[in-house]
Design a protein. Structure first.
Length: 163
């Protein structure tokens, strides 16, 4: 198998696993927290909460139609898959896969529910980070991986490192 096909397969595997785990986590949590605003205190810094996000990151653009946000997310995921075919390292392929899987997980919510289910609520000193989900976490980790390969070029090219 060529490098590019192996990296594509790796990236798509990451995308599939993320999308599936994201949907499972949301189905389980929706079963426990079926109504908006419901809350379960887990620790002194973490809650499970039911938030319906009709916008994008941090609830921005809530007035934009769901179909438009979903279409843009699908287009971005498709572009990332094309980039995946050109990946030159496992880290780039995996990072792209994380981002694609996260995007797809949230698109599934938008199509199925009309909103994205966010439920992870971290807080400290009376301040709360906006609620998020596994898909959002995967997208963030994917971006961090891509930034790392940009800032430390040797991370982004397995062929040069001989691995």
């Amino acid at each position: 198998m060529s490098w590019s096909l192996a990296y594509l397969a790796l990236g798509l595997a990451f995308a599939f696993v993320v999308a599936v785990l994201d949907q499972i986590s949301k189905l389980v949590t929706l079963g426990v927290l079926p109504e908006p605003g419901m809350l379960i205190v887990v620790t002194g810094f973490f809650n499970l909460v039911h938030v319906r996000n009709t916008g994008v990151s941090f609830g921005l653009f809530q007035s934009v139609p769901v179909w438009l946000i979903a279409t843009i997310a699908i287009a971005i995921a498709a572009g990332l898959c094309i980039w995946m075919t050109q990946a030159e390292s496992r880290l780039v392929a995996a990072s792209l896969g994380l981002a694609v899987g996260g995007a797809i997980g949230n698109v599934i919510d938008r199509v199925r529910l009309g909103w994205v289910f966010d439920f992870l609520d971290f807080h400290a000193l009376g301040e709360h980070w906006p609620a998020f989900n596994l898909a959002d976490s995967a997208i963030t980790l994917g971006v961090i991986g891509l930034l790392a390969t940009s800032l430390i070029p040797r991370l982004g090219n397995d062929k040069l490192s001989g691995s």
